[in-house]
Design a protein around this ligand. Structure first.
Ligand code: PGA
Length: 243
């Protein structure tokens, strides 16, 4: 079955390295059955979009502004992202929640702005280690989901994918067990049905590697993967996409 695989390159590559990586992965992924979305940094996005045009790969941004235009120095509009070839945007990533202090209200505004501009949203949710130890995972996820989807209707929500990413698993080399990720995915699907009348698709992210990717992809509740580190090396990435 076809799954969605998102490559979140974060701020790890130069423009040159981004284009070289695309050059390596594009021919190998030409006939891949999965939906593959590459998310370069803003500055590399335009040329990356040109590089993938005519292929089956999609381009995504790693963030966008909460308004479409105006005097917001340094911000990037979802409308311009669309214009230069992005189809997706990652919103609510824990690194932005932590380092840029993004809260649920801002993320909700960004989601509505991005959907309005015609982007598909990859909404990241996840508990931190303290919350996990206190057995608050489901509670935290439920609040994040509810706040993120406030004012989003069922029709618009068809353009939202959820990436469940436990914060403690990101970049740590310690992924969640696939079975547990599947149970959380089922939980998030039923909560999204309650909230907006649609069972959203749930991806897993957080230390996915060539060793564990197939376990997540095999799980019936998990619709795909959000890869950080494993998306930066051509061979590894191609192998995961080809599972
Ligand atoms: P990781 O990152 O795969 O390097 O853990 C995932 C992410 O932050 O999206």
């Amino acid at each position: 079955m076809s799954k969605t695989i998102i490559a979140n390159w974060k701020m790890n590559l130069s423009l040159n390295k981004s284009l070289i990586l695309l050059e390596k992965i594009l021919p190998a992924l030409e006939n891949n059955k999965n939906k593959i979305v590459i998310c370069p940094d803003f500055a590399s996005l335009g040329l990356s979009a040109i590089a993938v045009s005519g292929s089956k790969l999609f381009i995504g941004a790693q963030d966008c502004a909460d308004s479409l235009e105006g005097s917001f120095t340094g911000e990037v509009s979802a409308r311009v992202l669309r214009e230069i070839g992005a189809s997706y945007v990652i919103l609510g990533h824990s690194e932005r929640r932590i380092f840029q202090l993004e809260n649920d209200a801002l993320i909700n505004k960004k989601i509505k702005t991005a959907l309005g501009a015609g982007l598909k949203v990859i909404l990241c949710l996840g508990e931190n280690i303290k919350e996990k130890k206190a057995k608050l995972t489901k509670k935290v996820l439920q609040v994040q989901l509810k706040n993120a989807l406030k004012g989003v209707d069922k029709k618009e929500s068809r353009n939202i994918l959820i990436a469940y990413e436990p914060v403690w698993a990101i970049g740590s080399g310690k992924a969640l067990e696939a079975q547990e990720a599947g149970e959380i995915a089922e939980f998030l699907k039923s909560k999204s049905l309650d909230l907006i009348g649609r069972r959203l698709e749930i991806l897993y992210g957080g230390s996915v590697s060539l060793n564990n990717a197939s376990l997540f992809l095999k799980n019936k509740n998990i619709s795909g993967l959000l890869l950080g580190g494993a998306s930066l090396e051509a061979e590894k990435f191609i192998s995961i996409c080809s599972i």
